[in-house]
Design a protein around this ligand. Structure first.
Ligand SMILES: [Zn+2]
Length: 141
């Protein structure tokens, strides 16, 4: 399925991941690829200003997958408060599925659900129900 993914400029944030084909609801789209690293190493890399962007996807409190060097197209999935995709984490894998039918040429997005206690990050997703921030509990305010 992942052969239908294309990277191009996004209205949400720089580059985004789009689909060249219709994807039906619940369809498995792709797996997040990269290097499995410890939490300590993930934080070090996220704070490293020499790196151009952050592509760590946290599996749990102890490990993350870093797509910076070894990632595939899914590392360009942007956040949306009304995402087209969901992700499931199992057996140290992160898999993306269609949350609903996704139109050809549509941008694929997920809900980043940043921790409420991490730094507030303003959301630019533009969806009708945008909660204003990428952090999770802000939607309850
Ligand atoms: Zn939003």
């Amino acid at each position: 399925m992942s052969e239908c993914l294309i990277i191009k400029e996004s209205a949400i944030n720089r580059l985004g991941c789009f689909t060249s084909k219709f994807i039906p609801k619940d369809h498995l789209i792709a797996e997040y690829e990269g290097e499995i690293i410890t939490a300590v190493e993930a934080v070090r890399r996220e704070e490293d200003l020499k790196r151009k962007g952050i592509y760590t996807f946290w599996l749990n409190d102890e490990h993350a997958i870093d797509g910076y060097d070894k990632g595939n197209h899914t590392k360009y999935l942007n956040h949306s408060c009304d995402p087209s995709c969901i992700y499931k984490i199992a057996d140290s894998k992160i898999l993306f599925y269609a949350a609903r039918d996704i139109r050809q040429e549509e941008e694929l997005t997920i809900d980043y659900d940043y921790d409420a206690d991490s730094e507030l990050t303003v959301c630019l997703c533009g969806s009708v129900n945008c909660r204003g921030y990428l952090n999770e509990t802000i939607k309850n305010v």
